[in-house]
Design a protein around this ligand. Structure first.
Ligand code: F6R
Length: 612
């Protein structure tokens, strides 16, 4: 949700900014822009609707030679994506340049005040108001840092910002409230960025800004402060991933790479956390709250989108194996519906990015009520990871494709581990069953690999259905979340309308949609609901719907009921969502590519949704 980057150091800033913007582009890709202090101490800016590559083509490199600059890639919130609304934004005198991720909620009030003071505006954006507010305060104080600080005291809403000032061309002022920001620190240069992807190629030494903090970056280092002007001292942290993880490694798309890397790296989620002889599961990050988990009267899982689907699978797992009442909530609803929470409740927040505004708001709401909050997060050091009482990283590595794939399977794996850890200690699972579970878990990477080897089957079916207008996905029990996730993946990247339903719910409404043009994907492994699923398939067949079955190898019976079959290895219900979602990830990928869609950057989406 918008990416910002800034550079100050000895090197020419433009190539570093452009490279950084390309890596951040998955966060937003409506428009992009840069402002640079050139070698004559003049500010040069350029911004364009479209991709970072469009911006790059339009830049006259000779004019943009300089060692300080800021850049932005946008996901529109206020004002349509066009050249004018792109960032950086400037004050009316072109003295202050700012890139911003977030929303200034009281911008209309500030705009009115500044208009009365004689300020004029050329865009529809909240960010331009902030640029002018800084300019207004600069006129009063003649001090860039102070002007930014006074302005931030006045604004309500969220921001990660980086600003330049033409009258103080030797610094960048950055600040954060609600939108992520980090500094990459090396001897001779500083890079500020929304996330590590723009930094990792230059340094592994980083510092995360917290809400209410700002920093002044100069050629000789930086000063970290609160927006109330109190100095802060914080240790530098070392990033633990490598550049290759944010590159395509020969795959055509990040999404394909991320689907295909699942068997190799899913072990990262459970490595060192399971004793395969005894079946004991131990997640070190949860030890401090383990008693709370064991004695929880209720567990509430909250998340958004794909992470919510993983949470739904978590509900099924925890209730089935741990016998603790569990609810799943959309984080966006949870926060605003006055939830009843108390000290004996445990809230599990699931988030790939660790920055989703709704999930973060749910976290803070839960804390306010004294509940114990636990994170299941991918991005190390992200805001949610830092604000929870305890948590477990899913260790999926950077997920760049906007449609979440490996994060979903890793989230489910993490929830399965949490389930086994609680059930093992509570004694709600027998020792034999526990050992059976961990033995099945060991097979998961091989199972996924096997499905990947058969991905051409998905491609062939995709070819058949690439022009479909609608899709229905149906599953039962642990596979209902898989149906939801399969449908979400398809609509996100191919723009085909798709719905996921519990298979038995179909007859309560969606059945009206079935005709010979409706492909229906049934997730139909040989589990205890198999016969019921077969009845649901019959109901669709009777109305001429086209059946695509996700079925177990060796299940011959399904041949009698399906038009197309995608085979998956059999597993236990705990791991069924992980295995059964893989063909659906491929199916949506191949349908989208057959339709010529940009799967890594689908329209209107952004990877990390940092606005409410
Ligand atoms: C779907 C997708 C989104 C995210 C959702 C939550 O492919 O990526 O639905 O799952 O925006 O994001 P995180 O997990 O970062 O909180």
């Amino acid at each position: 949700m918008c990416g910002i980057v800034g550079y100050i150091g000895k090197r020419n800033s433009l190539p570093i900014l452009i490279e950084g913007l390309k890596r951040l582009e998955y966060r937003g890709y409506d428009s992009a822009g840069v402002s640079i202090i050139n070698n004559n101490n003049e500010v040069k800016s350029c911004k364009k609707a479209g991709k970072v590559s469009d911006l790059e083509k339009s830049l006259d490199i000779d004019v943009y030679q300089g060692h300080i600059g800021i850049g932005h890639t946008r996901w529109a919130t206020h004002g349509e994506p066009n050249d004018v609304n792109a960032h950086p934004h400037y004050d009316m005198d072109n003295k202050i340049m700012i890139v911003h991720n977030g929303i200034i909620e009281n911008y209309k009030i500030i705009k009115r005040k500044l208009t009365q003071e004689g300020f004029t505006f050329t865009t529809d954006t909240d960010t331009e108001v902030l640029a002018n507010l800084i300019s207004y305060n600069y006129m009063k104080t003649n001090n860039f840092e102070v002007a930014v600080r006074l302005s931030l005291i006045e604004v309500e809403g969220t921001y990660g910002i980086a600003c330049l000032c033409a009258s103080e061309p030797d610094k960048i002022v950055v600040a954060r409230k609600g939108s992520p920001l980090m500094l990459g620190i090396s001897n001779e240069e500083l890079i500020v960025s929304s996330d590590a992807s723009a930094i990792i190629n230059h340094t592994k030494n980083v510092m995360y800004l917290e809400d209410g903090e700002m920093a002044v970056l100069g050629k000789n280092g930086f000063q970290l402060k609160t927006t109330e002007d109190k100095d802060i001292f914080r240790n530098v942290e070392v990033l633990d991933f490598i550049l290759g993880e944010v590159e395509k490694a020969g795959y055509e798309h990040f999404m394909l790479k991320e689907i295909c890397e699942q068997p190799d790296t899913i072990q990262n989620t459970y490595r060192g956390r399971i004793n395969f002889d005894t079946g004991v599961v131990k997640l070190g990050g949860l030890e401090s709250v383990f008693d709370k988990l064991l004695n929880a009267k209720r567990i509430i899982i909250t998340a958004c989108g794909t992470a919510w689907h993983a949470g739904l699978a978590g509900e099924y797992m925890i209730e089935h194996f741990c016998r603790i009442p569990t609810e799943v909530e959309y984080a966006s609803e949870f926060r605003y519906r006055r939830p009843i929470l108390n000290k004996d409740d445990v809230v599990i927040l699931i988030s790939q990015s660790g920055e989703t505004a709704d999930t973060l708001a749910a976290l803070r709401e839960s804390k306010k009520h004294g509940a114990t909050v636990i994170g299941v997060v991918n991005v190390v050091g992200s805001t949610i990871a830092r604000e929870v009482d305890a948590g477990t990283y899913i260790h999926a590595g950077p997920e760049i494709g906007v449609a979440s794939t490996k994060a979903f399977t890793w989230q489910i794996m993490s929830l399965a581990l949490i389930t086994l850890m609680i059930a093992g200690e509570k004694g709600t699972i027998s020792k034999e069953e526990m050992i059976n579970c961990v033995n099945e878990l060991k097979k998961v990477p091989e199972h996924i690999k096997h499905i990947i080897d058969m991905k051409d089957d998905c491609k062939n079916i995709a070819e058949e259905f690439k022009n479909a207008k609608n899709f229905l996905y149906l599953g039962r029990g642990f596979n209902f979340p898989v149906a939801l996730e399969g449908a979400l993946k398809l609509k996100e990247i191919s723009y085909i309308h798709a719905e996921g339903y519990p298979a038995a719910e179909m007859k309560h409404g969606p059945i009206a949609l079935i005709d010979e043009n409706m492909p229906v994907v049934f997730i139909a492994p040989k589990d205890r609901t198999y016969d019921k699923i077969i009845s649901n398939i019959e109901e669709v067949r009777a109305r001429k719907g086209k059946i695509i079955a996700i079925a177990n190898e060796g299940d011959e019976e399904i041949n009698n009921y399906s038009d197309y079959i995608l085979r998956v290895p059999a597993t236990i219900n705990l791991f069924a969502p992980i295995i059964n979602v893989i063909p659906l990830q491929f199916l949506s990928y191949y349908i989208a590519t057959a339709r010529g869609c940009n799967v890594d950057q689908p329209r209107n989406l952004a990877k990390s949704v940092t606005v409410e």
